[in-house]
Design a binder for this molecule. Sequence first.
Ligand SMILES: Nc1ncnc2c1ncn2[C@@H]1O[C@H](COP(=O)(O)OP(=O)(O)OP(=O)(O)O)[C@@H](O)[C@H]1O
Length: 699
Amino acid sequence: MARKCLKIVTFCIPPVGSICIRTTQEIPRLDVTHLEVTQQAKNVDVTNLGETTHMDITHVEVTQETTHVDITHVEVTQVTTVMDATHQNEDKLFKVERQRLSQLHRRLAVDVEFTDLSYSVLEGPYCKKKSHKTILKCLSGKFCSGELTGIMGPSGAGKSSFMNILAGMRETGMEGEILINGQQRNLRTFRKKSSYITQDDSLFPNLTVLEAMMVGHLQCSLTRFCEVNEILITLDLMECMHTRILYLSGGQRKRLAVAMEYIRNPPVMFLDEPTSGLDSNCCFQVVSLLKTLAQGGRTIICTIHQPSAEIFEMFDKVYILCQGQCIYNGTVPHLTTFLMSLGLHCPAHHNPADFIIKVASGIYGDMTPALVNAVKNGMTLESARSLFSGPFLALLSPFFWPGNQNCNRYSVILGMQQNKNLIAASPSTETHIVDLVLVIMLTLVRFVFHIVIGLLFGLVYLNIGNNAQKVSYNMGFIFLSVLFIVFTAQAPTVLTFPLEMSALTREYLNYWYSLKAYYLAKTMSDMPIQIICPIIYCCIAYWMTGQPPEATRFFLFTIILTLTALMAQSLGQLIGAMCKSLLVAVIIAPSIAIKASIFSGFFVSYNTIPVYLRWMTSDSICSPRYSFEGAIVSVYGMGRPDLDCAVEHCRQDKAEIILQGLDMEDAELYLDIIALVIIFFLLRLATYFALRHRLRSQR
Ligand SMILES: Nc1ncnc2c1ncn2[C@@H]1O[C@H](COP(=O)(O)OP(=O)(O)OP(=O)(O)O)[C@@H](O)[C@H]1O
């Protein structure tokens, strides 16, 4: 057992509670076997200026009554003698994690400083005048690189709002200053440097863990694969590497969300309650991962609800909120000291994290004004410093408060790392292609459905296409074909954006990709199915129902139905993009299609429609009027010869007469095609802007 003499510069002994010892040199994890102190103390906590050090002190002897002494040395032994098995395992795990993750490249150090930060929102019923509600009040502080900072506070204290403001997710209603590395925050640049992991860890459910990790890198290089492997091993996700996200447990999803951001390697990470819903072991894993990331020089800021004492100790700094105000901003070990200075004594063996939440919740009376004042008067970090009076300690004081030092230290170490390629090439095309492959079953169902309905219509309307006595049935077939294509193309796409909105918001606001890239990918990946399905349907139904056996007519009929599918798909996307509620989108979409069908020209001719409603036939861009007209003209127009008729003086054997009956004798097919193409592009454009507006309004 190696014995070592360490120079301890000082330690303070509060009347009750923990003892804080600080050393001048960097030491590895050590166990102190014997330490003479001057007053009874139950909990002993030792920290130093170097790498995090926890000393387990086995014996504390009280020899004299004083509250403040200088100690010149203390006897220590190397690690492992006192630690129990659990501690040993955790320590080992932590070291392995650190070793693994340290192999991944480091990023630029980013310190986030904020001064007099306030945030207010407008609230009140929709119909009445809204009033201002102040959620955050004059918050100031600095979160440094290399630190794991926890934002704590009772429910409704403003933790999430604070994180949203800091991360740049919200701007409206914000006042105050946010500095990044001492410079005014440029939101766009900062968002590229940071990532935000929301509470609901919105992930694309159909990807496997490995696919989710590989997204964004079109070349699946060996290095990339190794990096991903390392992270998955570290996060204990190897076993579920090929499991779809849909089936992951809550803890696995949380770890994957962190891992996915980690692979981007941003210098700043915000996490909204990363441990919510996790068991203690998972919480430990997640927080120790965050600690490791912080030790790699990143700025890690997360909100956390009542952590266990073990997890609480892992935070370098805590920022505690109560009613939107800061009631503590400092290191974990000093929290009890700070509270004591205000007469709040954390009971022995009591978790300080629980204690402060109880204090903030008013269990010990309304302490908020006193705490807020104490923070404003600099008593968080400063308060404990005041215990170390004397010129000698004043000289050494910069060494005692590693928070400030860390900022500089990591800045120096990491400042040389250039932030070259933070944003991955647009991953969305890949995401959606992978997504598409994964929903192959759904695609197959759609293909099969088009074949089955094509056959069904073909059998029901078998060979009626050239029968003059069954013209009305044939028109029914054409109208039903348009309606079938509209519904099958529109229904799945209505759900697309409402279902993906949270994942899209997270990834877009984290600058994984641009909205253009996402939207283009979405459009491109869906398009082949929307084109192939109508073609399959037409190949079956057109010929079975005995429509004119001419390649041109078949070709034009198919084009009209394909354009109809694309238009309906775009309309579905627009409805989905505009509706915040999935339920509303699902109700609105078929209602619009039904409304449009009335004016399609099948149920009622243009001249029969009341004048004041005629605008709906042409101006309503979602109307299948052009589709129906185009399909009818491709079948009955373009100088079609007379139809077969079994009776003499048949009135429906002339194609022109059929068209006249529908007020379509002057209809031009090319105009219908052009109209459908224009509507398609307009709807796509409108969808893009609707999405953009929705994403921007999230800020
Ligand atoms: N847009 C808003 N309009 C009105 N009130 C709001 C709005 N956003 C937040 N609040 C209010 O601000 C307060 C702080 O909310 P916030 O979600 O930040 O709290 P929190 O500390 O994260 O709570 P929890 O721990 O329960 O998630 C709450 O009282 C909440 O009702």
